[in-house]
Design a protein around this ligand. Structure first.
Ligand code: FE2
Length: 195
């Protein structure tokens, strides 16, 4: 079993240079390749699981880093496809956000505070259909802190590799601003309404 790279149809993004986005797409490509390689090597080692138990255990511990790196970048880049579209205030998604957080801008303020946490990781907006509740979550690196089974509605990469080229190491705030400026919110509305 091998995963294929997704090709994203990205417009030019205000405040995010093509050079930076292309380099970032290259990193995404690396996660797909690394996952596929590790899965293949592990498959070979599994022919003799007793003899290869330690190597299998190390790869098994490591492989979710590559998988989540791959999948989260797919959520991330697709949020910019087909150009800017503001969040429709009439959408079920906007109504649900406003109901829980008081207003869209209150949600955004809270989400941005999560995105400003120290360390490499992701700010994620999950929705829990069972609890009928959103969660603003922090994912350490790519794979630590996920809420089991919850669908991702917004995925914001705040690793330095996402912004250092355009904004320097202290530029995370300006980068977050640029990410929001370029979102096609119909993508997130569709993620929510398809649950
Ligand atoms: Fe990234």
């Amino acid at each position: 079993m091998q995963y294929s790279e997704t090709k994203f149809d990205l417009p030019s993004l205000e405040g995010l240079s093509k050079e930076s986005v292309d380099a970032h797409l290259g990193l995404y490509s690396g996660y797909v390749k690394n996952f596929n390689q590790l899965a293949e090597v592990r498959g070979e080692l599994m022919r003799d699981p007793e003899k290869n138990a330690h190597a299998i255990a190390e790869i098994t511990r490591r492989i979710s880093f590559e998988f989540d790196g791959m999948r989260l970048h797919e959520y991330y880049f697709s949020q910019w496809e087909k150009g800017v579209k503001t969040l429709s205030q009439k959408s079920d998604f906007a109504a649900a956000l406003a109901k829980q957080f008081g207003s869209i801008s209150d949600w955004e303020k809270q989400f941005r505070s999560v995105a400003s946490m120290r360390g490499p990781g992701w700010a994620i907006l999950y929705f829990d259909p069972r609890g009928n509740f959103f969660h603003n979550a922090w994912i350490e690196q790519h794979h630590q802190g996920h809420f089991a089974t919850l669908p991702v509605i917004v995925a914001l990469d705040v690793w330095e590799h996402a912004f250092v080229k355009d904004y320097g190491v202290a530029g995370r705030g300006k980068y977050i601003e640029a990410c929001f400026k370029n979102y096609n919110w119909s993508v997130m509305e569709e993620r929510f309404s398809s649950l």
